[in-house]
Write a protein that binds this ligand. Sequence first.
Ligand code: FAD
Length: 425
Amino acid sequence: MSTRREFLKWTGAAGAALTLGGFAGAARAAKGSHVVVIGGGFGGATCAKYIRAIDPNVNVTLIEASKQYLTCPFSNLVLGGLRTMDSITQNFDALKTRHGVNVVQTTATKIDPGAKTVALKTGKTLKYDRLVVSPGISFKWDAIRGYNERAAEVMPHAWKAGAQTTLLKKKLEAMKNGGVVVIASPPNPFRCPPGPYERASMIAHYLKQHKPKSKILILDAKDKFSKQGLFQAGWDKLYPGMIEWVGGPKGGTVKAVDTKKMVVEAELDTHKADVANIIPPQAAGDIALATGLADDKGFCPVDPKTFESKIHPGIHVIGDAAIAGALPKSGFAANSEGKMAAEAIVAALRGEATPDVSFVNTCYSLIGPEYGISVAGVYRLSDKGIAEVEGSGGVSPKDVPDDFRAAEARYALGWYKSITADTWG
Ligand code: FAD
Protein backbone atom coordinates (compact mmCIF):
# COMPACT_ATOMS: atom_id res chain seq x y z
CA MET A 1 0.00 0.00 0.00
CA SER A 2 2.90 2.36 0.61
CA THR A 3 3.62 2.31 -3.13
CA ARG A 4 0.10 3.63 -3.76
CA ARG A 5 0.66 6.46 -1.30
CA GLU A 6 3.93 7.28 -3.01
CA PHE A 7 2.10 7.28 -6.32
CA LEU A 8 -0.51 9.75 -5.07
CA LYS A 9 2.25 11.95 -3.73
CA TRP A 10 3.93 12.02 -7.13
CA THR A 11 0.75 12.48 -9.15
CA GLY A 12 -0.37 15.18 -6.75
CA ALA A 13 2.81 17.09 -7.51
CA ALA A 14 2.56 16.52 -11.25
CA GLY A 15 -1.19 17.22 -11.28
CA ALA A 16 -0.77 20.62 -9.65
CA ALA A 17 1.37 21.74 -12.54
CA LEU A 18 -1.18 20.52 -15.05
CA THR A 19 -4.47 22.05 -13.97
CA LEU A 20 -5.89 24.67 -16.28
CA GLY A 21 -5.89 27.18 -13.42
CA GLY A 22 -2.19 26.52 -12.88
CA PHE A 23 -1.45 27.85 -16.34
CA ALA A 24 -3.71 30.90 -16.13
CA GLY A 25 -1.15 33.40 -14.94
CA ALA A 26 1.38 32.45 -17.62
CA ALA A 27 3.62 35.12 -19.03
CA ARG A 28 3.79 36.78 -22.45
CA ALA A 29 1.59 35.67 -25.28
CA ALA A 30 2.75 34.13 -28.51
CA LYS A 31 0.26 36.35 -30.32
CA GLY A 32 -0.93 35.45 -33.79
CA SER A 33 1.05 32.23 -34.03
CA HIS A 34 -0.68 29.22 -35.53
CA VAL A 35 -0.45 25.65 -34.29
CA VAL A 36 -2.04 22.91 -36.38
CA VAL A 37 -2.88 19.62 -34.65
CA ILE A 38 -3.56 16.49 -36.70
CA GLY A 39 -5.78 13.98 -34.86
CA GLY A 40 -8.43 14.66 -32.22
CA GLY A 41 -7.84 11.55 -30.10
CA PHE A 42 -6.36 11.44 -26.59
CA GLY A 43 -3.07 13.08 -27.59
CA GLY A 44 -4.21 15.66 -30.14
CA ALA A 45 -7.39 16.87 -28.43
CA THR A 46 -5.53 17.33 -25.12
CA CYS A 47 -2.68 19.19 -26.75
CA ALA A 48 -5.04 21.53 -28.67
CA LYS A 49 -7.05 22.30 -25.53
CA TYR A 50 -4.03 22.89 -23.30
CA ILE A 51 -2.19 25.13 -25.76
CA ARG A 52 -5.27 27.40 -25.71
CA ALA A 53 -5.40 27.16 -21.91
CA ILE A 54 -1.75 28.13 -21.49
CA ASP A 55 -1.93 30.94 -24.02
CA PRO A 56 -5.26 31.97 -25.57
CA ASN A 57 -3.39 34.18 -28.05
CA VAL A 58 -2.20 31.14 -29.96
CA ASN A 59 -4.50 30.12 -32.81
CA VAL A 60 -5.05 26.38 -32.80
CA THR A 61 -6.57 24.39 -35.66
CA LEU A 62 -7.43 20.75 -34.99
CA ILE A 63 -7.81 18.51 -38.04
CA GLU A 64 -9.82 15.37 -37.29
CA ALA A 65 -11.04 12.88 -39.88
CA SER A 66 -14.10 11.73 -37.91
CA LYS A 67 -17.12 13.72 -36.82
CA GLN A 68 -17.10 12.02 -33.43
CA TYR A 69 -14.44 10.11 -31.57
CA LEU A 70 -15.06 6.66 -30.16
CA THR A 71 -12.70 5.75 -27.33
CA CYS A 72 -10.87 2.43 -27.40
CA PRO A 73 -10.87 2.61 -23.58
CA PHE A 74 -14.08 0.85 -22.52
CA SER A 75 -14.66 -0.59 -26.02
CA ASN A 76 -13.85 -3.99 -24.49
CA LEU A 77 -16.66 -3.33 -22.01
CA VAL A 78 -19.02 -2.93 -24.97
CA LEU A 79 -18.07 -6.48 -26.02
CA GLY A 80 -18.77 -7.64 -22.47
CA GLY A 81 -22.21 -6.05 -22.54
CA LEU A 82 -21.32 -3.56 -19.79
CA ARG A 83 -21.35 -0.43 -21.98
CA THR A 84 -23.06 0.86 -25.14
CA MET A 85 -21.31 2.37 -28.17
CA ASP A 86 -23.06 5.66 -27.31
CA SER A 87 -21.39 5.73 -23.93
CA ILE A 88 -17.89 5.63 -25.49
CA THR A 89 -18.63 8.38 -28.05
CA GLN A 90 -17.03 11.80 -27.55
CA ASN A 91 -17.55 14.99 -29.54
CA PHE A 92 -15.57 18.15 -30.22
CA ASP A 93 -18.17 20.74 -29.14
CA ALA A 94 -16.40 21.85 -25.95
CA LEU A 95 -13.08 22.19 -27.76
CA LYS A 96 -14.75 24.61 -30.17
CA THR A 97 -17.07 26.57 -27.91
CA ARG A 98 -15.31 26.52 -24.54
CA HIS A 99 -11.67 26.50 -25.60
CA GLY A 100 -11.74 28.33 -28.93
CA VAL A 101 -10.06 25.55 -30.92
CA ASN A 102 -10.83 25.75 -34.64
CA VAL A 103 -11.95 22.16 -35.29
CA VAL A 104 -11.96 21.15 -38.95
CA GLN A 105 -13.52 17.83 -39.82
CA THR A 106 -11.45 16.45 -42.68
CA THR A 107 -8.35 14.37 -43.37
CA ALA A 108 -4.85 15.83 -43.51
CA THR A 109 -3.42 14.37 -46.71
CA LYS A 110 0.12 15.75 -46.88
CA ILE A 111 2.62 17.53 -44.66
CA ASP A 112 5.39 19.62 -46.17
CA PRO A 113 7.90 20.05 -43.32
CA GLY A 114 10.05 22.47 -45.35
CA ALA A 115 7.23 24.84 -46.33
CA LYS A 116 5.49 24.21 -42.96
CA THR A 117 2.16 23.44 -44.57
CA VAL A 118 -0.54 20.79 -44.23
CA ALA A 119 -2.73 19.90 -47.22
CA LEU A 120 -6.30 18.86 -46.46
CA LYS A 121 -8.69 16.54 -48.30
CA THR A 122 -10.94 19.57 -48.85
CA GLY A 123 -8.27 21.05 -51.15
CA LYS A 124 -7.21 23.69 -48.64
CA THR A 125 -3.63 24.14 -47.43
CA LEU A 126 -2.83 25.39 -43.91
CA LYS A 127 0.38 27.13 -42.87
CA TYR A 128 1.69 26.43 -39.39
CA ASP A 129 4.33 27.73 -37.00
CA ARG A 130 4.30 24.43 -35.09
CA LEU A 131 2.61 21.17 -36.05
CA VAL A 132 1.40 18.43 -33.70
CA VAL A 133 0.93 14.98 -35.21
CA SER A 134 -1.16 12.57 -33.10
CA PRO A 135 -2.65 10.16 -35.65
CA GLY A 136 -2.61 7.00 -33.50
CA ILE A 137 -1.61 3.75 -35.16
CA SER A 138 -1.72 2.03 -38.52
CA PHE A 139 -1.65 -1.73 -39.07
CA LYS A 140 1.17 -3.68 -40.71
CA TRP A 141 -1.16 -5.42 -43.14
CA ASP A 142 1.61 -7.50 -44.68
CA ALA A 143 2.70 -9.06 -41.35
CA ILE A 144 0.15 -11.92 -41.20
CA ARG A 145 -0.36 -13.81 -44.47
CA GLY A 146 -3.95 -13.47 -45.67
CA TYR A 147 -4.80 -10.68 -43.22
CA ASN A 148 -5.64 -7.37 -44.88
CA GLU A 149 -8.38 -4.75 -44.69
CA ARG A 150 -10.85 -7.05 -46.42
CA ALA A 151 -10.02 -9.96 -44.13
CA ALA A 152 -10.68 -7.64 -41.17
CA GLU A 153 -14.34 -7.61 -42.24
CA VAL A 154 -14.45 -11.36 -41.48
CA MET A 155 -11.90 -11.49 -38.66
CA PRO A 156 -12.17 -8.05 -37.04
CA HIS A 157 -9.23 -6.46 -35.21
CA ALA A 158 -11.47 -4.03 -33.31
CA TRP A 159 -8.26 -2.19 -32.37
CA LYS A 160 -9.73 1.15 -33.47
CA ALA A 161 -13.07 1.63 -31.78
CA GLY A 162 -16.14 2.05 -34.00
CA ALA A 163 -17.55 -0.16 -36.76
CA GLN A 164 -14.96 -2.86 -36.01
CA THR A 165 -16.11 -3.05 -32.37
CA THR A 166 -19.73 -3.44 -33.46
CA LEU A 167 -18.72 -6.12 -35.99
CA LEU A 168 -16.85 -8.19 -33.40
CA LYS A 169 -19.77 -7.90 -30.98
CA LYS A 170 -22.22 -9.10 -33.65
CA LYS A 171 -20.00 -12.08 -34.43
CA LEU A 172 -19.86 -13.05 -30.76
CA GLU A 173 -23.66 -12.75 -30.55
CA ALA A 174 -24.11 -14.95 -33.62
CA MET A 175 -21.69 -17.65 -32.39
CA LYS A 176 -23.03 -21.01 -31.18
CA ASN A 177 -22.74 -22.11 -27.56
CA GLY A 178 -19.58 -24.24 -27.50
CA GLY A 179 -17.78 -22.14 -30.12
CA VAL A 180 -14.10 -21.14 -30.05
CA VAL A 181 -13.02 -17.49 -30.03
CA VAL A 182 -9.41 -17.04 -31.19
CA ILE A 183 -7.67 -13.80 -30.23
CA ALA A 184 -4.32 -13.03 -31.90
CA SER A 185 -2.23 -10.69 -29.75
CA PRO A 186 0.55 -8.70 -31.45
CA PRO A 187 4.27 -8.31 -30.66
CA ASN A 188 5.58 -5.24 -28.81
CA PRO A 189 5.32 -2.33 -29.24
CA PHE A 190 1.57 -1.97 -29.68
CA ARG A 191 -1.39 0.13 -28.55
CA CYS A 192 -2.57 -0.71 -25.02
CA PRO A 193 -0.41 -3.55 -23.64
CA PRO A 194 -3.13 -4.93 -21.29
CA GLY A 195 -5.88 -4.49 -23.94
CA PRO A 196 -5.97 -8.00 -25.50
CA TYR A 197 -6.24 -9.62 -22.05
CA GLU A 198 -8.97 -7.26 -20.85
CA ARG A 199 -10.70 -8.14 -24.12
CA ALA A 200 -10.45 -11.88 -23.41
CA SER A 201 -11.88 -11.19 -19.94
CA MET A 202 -14.83 -9.17 -21.22
CA ILE A 203 -15.62 -11.73 -23.95
CA ALA A 204 -15.47 -14.44 -21.26
CA HIS A 205 -17.89 -12.42 -19.14
CA TYR A 206 -20.33 -12.32 -22.06
CA LEU A 207 -19.86 -16.02 -22.93
CA LYS A 208 -20.24 -17.19 -19.33
CA GLN A 209 -23.74 -15.74 -19.26
CA HIS A 210 -24.90 -16.57 -22.79
CA LYS A 211 -22.75 -19.41 -24.21
CA PRO A 212 -21.02 -21.06 -21.26
CA LYS A 213 -19.66 -24.08 -23.18
CA SER A 214 -17.48 -21.80 -25.34
CA LYS A 215 -13.71 -21.33 -25.15
CA ILE A 216 -11.27 -18.49 -25.76
CA LEU A 217 -7.81 -19.18 -27.16
CA ILE A 218 -5.27 -16.33 -27.01
CA LEU A 219 -2.42 -16.82 -29.48
CA ASP A 220 0.34 -14.44 -28.47
CA ALA A 221 3.54 -13.34 -30.17
CA LYS A 222 4.98 -12.45 -26.74
CA ASP A 223 6.42 -14.64 -23.99
CA LYS A 224 4.75 -12.61 -21.23
CA PHE A 225 2.17 -9.85 -20.97
CA SER A 226 1.10 -6.85 -18.91
CA LYS A 227 -0.40 -7.66 -15.48
CA GLN A 228 -0.13 -11.36 -16.44
CA GLY A 229 -0.29 -12.84 -12.92
CA LEU A 230 -3.30 -10.71 -12.01
CA PHE A 231 -5.15 -11.53 -15.22
CA GLN A 232 -4.52 -15.25 -14.93
CA ALA A 233 -5.61 -15.31 -11.26
CA GLY A 234 -8.78 -13.43 -12.25
CA TRP A 235 -9.50 -15.87 -15.09
CA ASP A 236 -9.07 -18.85 -12.75
CA LYS A 237 -11.50 -17.30 -10.30
CA LEU A 238 -14.19 -15.98 -12.66
CA TYR A 239 -13.89 -18.15 -15.78
CA PRO A 240 -12.20 -21.44 -14.78
CA GLY A 241 -11.15 -23.48 -17.83
CA MET A 242 -12.55 -21.00 -20.34
CA ILE A 243 -9.45 -19.02 -21.40
CA GLU A 244 -6.24 -20.59 -22.72
CA TRP A 245 -3.13 -18.49 -23.40
CA VAL A 246 -0.38 -19.72 -25.74
CA GLY A 247 2.73 -17.51 -25.65
CA GLY A 248 5.44 -17.00 -28.28
CA PRO A 249 7.84 -19.71 -27.00
CA LYS A 250 5.00 -22.27 -27.23
CA GLY A 251 4.27 -21.32 -30.83
CA GLY A 252 1.69 -18.57 -30.22
CA THR A 253 2.82 -16.19 -32.98
CA VAL A 254 0.16 -16.05 -35.70
CA LYS A 255 1.62 -16.45 -39.19
CA ALA A 256 -1.41 -16.67 -41.48
CA VAL A 257 -5.21 -16.69 -41.61
CA ASP A 258 -7.72 -18.16 -44.01
CA THR A 259 -10.99 -16.26 -43.76
CA LYS A 260 -12.90 -18.77 -45.94
CA LYS A 261 -11.99 -21.77 -43.80
CA MET A 262 -11.98 -19.65 -40.60
CA VAL A 263 -8.55 -20.96 -39.77
CA VAL A 264 -5.78 -19.22 -37.83
CA GLU A 265 -2.31 -20.60 -38.44
CA ALA A 266 0.17 -20.16 -35.58
CA GLU A 267 3.82 -21.20 -35.50
CA LEU A 268 3.19 -24.78 -34.33
CA ASP A 269 -0.53 -25.43 -34.79
CA THR A 270 -3.47 -24.49 -36.95
CA HIS A 271 -6.66 -23.54 -35.14
CA LYS A 272 -10.26 -23.52 -36.36
CA ALA A 273 -12.15 -20.47 -35.07
CA ASP A 274 -15.84 -19.69 -34.81
CA VAL A 275 -14.93 -16.06 -34.15
CA ALA A 276 -11.42 -14.72 -34.83
CA ASN A 277 -10.18 -11.41 -33.45
CA ILE A 278 -6.87 -10.72 -35.17
CA ILE A 279 -4.92 -7.79 -33.72
CA PRO A 280 -2.08 -7.23 -36.21
CA PRO A 281 1.39 -5.75 -35.56
CA GLN A 282 1.32 -1.96 -35.58
CA ALA A 283 3.13 1.19 -36.67
CA ALA A 284 2.54 4.96 -36.37
CA GLY A 285 -0.52 6.39 -38.16
CA ASP A 286 -0.30 6.68 -41.96
CA ILE A 287 0.30 10.43 -42.14
CA ALA A 288 3.35 10.07 -39.84
CA LEU A 289 4.74 7.27 -42.04
CA ALA A 290 4.05 9.20 -45.26
CA THR A 291 5.86 12.27 -43.88
CA GLY A 292 8.95 10.22 -43.02
CA LEU A 293 8.56 10.89 -39.30
CA ALA A 294 9.05 7.21 -38.35
CA ASP A 295 12.17 5.08 -38.06
CA ASP A 296 12.63 1.71 -39.78
CA LYS A 297 10.54 -0.03 -37.08
CA GLY A 298 7.55 2.20 -37.80
CA PHE A 299 7.34 4.58 -34.82
CA CYS A 300 8.53 8.17 -34.47
CA PRO A 301 11.71 9.18 -32.62
CA VAL A 302 11.19 12.40 -30.62
CA ASP A 303 13.03 14.58 -28.13
CA PRO A 304 11.60 13.24 -24.85
CA LYS A 305 11.37 16.71 -23.32
CA THR A 306 9.39 18.43 -26.08
CA PHE A 307 8.14 15.55 -28.25
CA GLU A 308 9.59 17.44 -31.21
CA SER A 309 10.52 15.06 -34.02
CA LYS A 310 14.18 14.11 -34.25
CA ILE A 311 13.68 13.94 -38.01
CA HIS A 312 11.61 17.04 -38.87
CA PRO A 313 12.05 20.06 -36.56
CA GLY A 314 8.90 22.07 -35.85
CA ILE A 315 6.73 18.93 -35.82
CA HIS A 316 5.79 17.34 -32.48
CA VAL A 317 4.66 13.70 -32.56
CA ILE A 318 2.66 12.52 -29.54
CA GLY A 319 0.52 9.57 -28.46
CA ASP A 320 0.78 6.05 -29.82
CA ALA A 321 2.77 7.18 -32.87
CA ALA A 322 5.73 8.41 -30.78
CA ILE A 323 8.62 6.49 -29.23
CA ALA A 324 8.20 7.64 -25.64
CA GLY A 325 10.69 5.60 -23.60
CA ALA A 326 9.07 3.73 -20.73
CA LEU A 327 5.64 5.31 -21.28
CA PRO A 328 3.14 2.78 -22.63
CA LYS A 329 0.97 3.40 -25.68
CA SER A 330 -2.12 4.35 -23.68
CA GLY A 331 -4.79 7.05 -23.79
CA PHE A 332 -3.68 8.31 -20.40
CA ALA A 333 -0.04 8.56 -21.55
CA ALA A 334 -1.14 10.30 -24.78
CA ASN A 335 -3.11 12.82 -22.68
CA SER A 336 -0.06 13.39 -20.47
CA GLU A 337 2.21 13.81 -23.51
CA GLY A 338 -0.33 16.25 -25.01
CA LYS A 339 0.02 18.51 -21.97
CA MET A 340 3.81 18.38 -21.93
CA ALA A 341 3.99 19.06 -25.68
CA ALA A 342 1.56 22.00 -25.21
CA GLU A 343 3.90 23.55 -22.63
CA ALA A 344 6.94 22.98 -24.83
CA ILE A 345 5.24 24.43 -27.91
CA VAL A 346 4.05 27.61 -26.18
CA ALA A 347 7.50 28.06 -24.66
CA ALA A 348 9.10 27.68 -28.10
CA LEU A 349 6.67 30.18 -29.65
CA ARG A 350 7.56 32.66 -26.92
CA GLY A 351 11.26 32.01 -27.21
CA GLU A 352 11.39 30.71 -23.63
CA ALA A 353 13.13 27.67 -22.16
CA THR A 354 11.20 24.38 -22.10
CA PRO A 355 9.82 23.69 -18.61
CA ASP A 356 10.67 20.43 -16.82
CA VAL A 357 8.49 17.49 -17.74
CA SER A 358 6.75 14.76 -15.79
CA PHE A 359 4.28 12.20 -17.07
CA VAL A 360 1.68 9.99 -15.49
CA ASN A 361 -0.12 6.83 -16.52
CA THR A 362 -2.74 4.61 -14.92
CA CYS A 363 -4.29 1.70 -16.80
CA TYR A 364 -7.30 -0.02 -15.29
CA SER A 365 -8.49 -3.32 -16.72
CA LEU A 366 -11.76 -5.00 -15.91
CA ILE A 367 -11.68 -8.79 -15.59
CA GLY A 368 -15.34 -8.81 -14.48
CA PRO A 369 -17.89 -6.06 -13.73
CA GLU A 370 -16.77 -6.03 -10.09
CA TYR A 371 -13.21 -7.17 -10.59
CA GLY A 372 -10.72 -4.47 -11.56
CA ILE A 373 -6.91 -4.42 -11.63
CA SER A 374 -4.51 -1.59 -12.47
CA VAL A 375 -0.98 -0.53 -13.23
CA ALA A 376 0.19 3.01 -12.49
CA GLY A 377 3.34 5.07 -12.67
CA VAL A 378 4.89 8.53 -12.77
CA TYR A 379 7.63 9.15 -15.32
CA ARG A 380 10.44 11.67 -15.52
CA LEU A 381 13.41 12.33 -17.77
CA SER A 382 16.54 10.37 -16.99
CA ASP A 383 19.77 9.92 -18.92
CA LYS A 384 18.05 6.97 -20.61
CA GLY A 385 15.08 9.09 -21.76
CA ILE A 386 11.62 8.89 -20.18
CA ALA A 387 11.82 6.47 -17.23
CA GLU A 388 9.46 5.42 -14.47
CA VAL A 389 10.13 7.05 -11.10
CA GLU A 390 11.07 4.27 -8.70
CA GLY A 391 8.35 3.48 -6.17
CA SER A 392 5.84 5.80 -7.87
CA GLY A 393 3.26 3.17 -8.74
CA GLY A 394 3.18 -0.48 -9.70
CA VAL A 395 0.49 -3.06 -10.23
CA SER A 396 -2.44 -3.89 -7.93
CA PRO A 397 -1.51 -6.28 -5.13
CA LYS A 398 -2.21 -10.04 -5.42
CA ASP A 399 -4.33 -11.91 -2.86
CA VAL A 400 -6.72 -9.16 -1.80
CA PRO A 401 -10.35 -9.50 -0.72
CA ASP A 402 -13.16 -9.18 -3.27
CA ASP A 403 -14.09 -5.67 -2.14
CA PHE A 404 -10.60 -4.45 -3.13
CA ARG A 405 -11.14 -5.67 -6.71
CA ALA A 406 -14.66 -4.19 -6.67
CA ALA A 407 -13.23 -0.84 -5.57
CA GLU A 408 -10.70 -0.92 -8.47
CA ALA A 409 -13.58 -1.61 -10.88
CA ARG A 410 -15.33 1.50 -9.51
CA TYR A 411 -12.14 3.56 -9.84
CA ALA A 412 -11.97 2.50 -13.50
CA LEU A 413 -15.38 4.11 -14.09
CA GLY A 414 -14.19 7.29 -12.35
CA TRP A 415 -10.98 7.26 -14.39
CA TYR A 416 -12.96 7.11 -17.66
CA LYS A 417 -15.15 10.03 -16.62
CA SER A 418 -12.25 12.26 -15.66
CA ILE A 419 -9.88 11.44 -18.55
CA THR A 420 -12.59 12.04 -21.17
CA ALA A 421 -13.63 15.31 -19.47
CA ASP A 422 -9.98 16.40 -19.32
CA THR A 423 -9.44 15.58 -23.01
CA TRP A 424 -12.67 16.66 -24.73
CA GLY A 425 -14.61 18.54 -22.01
P1 FAD B 1 -5.98 8.08 -31.29
O1 FAD B 1 -6.72 8.16 -30.02
O2 FAD B 1 -6.14 6.87 -32.14
O3 FAD B 1 -6.37 9.35 -32.13
C1 FAD B 1 -5.93 9.54 -33.44
C2 FAD B 1 -6.94 10.38 -34.18
O4 FAD B 1 -6.32 10.93 -35.33
C3 FAD B 1 -8.16 9.61 -34.65
O5 FAD B 1 -9.32 10.23 -34.18
C4 FAD B 1 -8.06 9.64 -36.18
O6 FAD B 1 -9.32 9.76 -36.81
C5 FAD B 1 -7.23 10.90 -36.41
N1 FAD B 1 -6.43 10.92 -37.63
C6 FAD B 1 -5.48 10.04 -38.00
N2 FAD B 1 -4.92 10.41 -39.15
C7 FAD B 1 -5.52 11.56 -39.51
C8 FAD B 1 -5.38 12.43 -40.62
N3 FAD B 1 -4.48 12.18 -41.60
N4 FAD B 1 -6.19 13.52 -40.70
C9 FAD B 1 -7.10 13.77 -39.73
N5 FAD B 1 -7.28 12.98 -38.66
C10 FAD B 1 -6.49 11.89 -38.55
N6 FAD B 1 -5.69 3.52 -23.02
C11 FAD B 1 -5.87 3.87 -21.71
O7 FAD B 1 -5.23 4.82 -21.24
N7 FAD B 1 -6.73 3.19 -20.91
C12 FAD B 1 -7.48 2.15 -21.37
O8 FAD B 1 -8.26 1.57 -20.61
C13 FAD B 1 -7.32 1.77 -22.73
N8 FAD B 1 -8.07 0.76 -23.23
C14 FAD B 1 -7.90 0.40 -24.54
C15 FAD B 1 -8.63 -0.68 -25.01
C16 FAD B 1 -8.49 -1.09 -26.33
C17 FAD B 1 -9.28 -2.25 -26.85
C18 FAD B 1 -7.57 -0.41 -27.19
C19 FAD B 1 -7.41 -0.82 -28.62
C20 FAD B 1 -6.85 0.68 -26.71
C21 FAD B 1 -6.99 1.09 -25.39
N9 FAD B 1 -6.25 2.15 -24.86
C22 FAD B 1 -6.40 2.50 -23.54
C23 FAD B 1 -5.21 2.83 -25.69
C24 FAD B 1 -5.69 4.16 -26.29
O9 FAD B 1 -6.87 3.98 -27.02
C25 FAD B 1 -4.63 4.76 -27.19
O10 FAD B 1 -3.39 4.68 -26.57
C26 FAD B 1 -4.96 6.21 -27.52
O11 FAD B 1 -6.14 6.26 -28.27
C27 FAD B 1 -3.81 6.91 -28.26
O12 FAD B 1 -4.16 8.24 -28.54
P2 FAD B 1 -3.62 8.96 -29.86
O13 FAD B 1 -4.01 10.37 -29.76
O14 FAD B 1 -2.21 8.60 -30.08
O15 FAD B 1 -4.41 8.24 -31.04
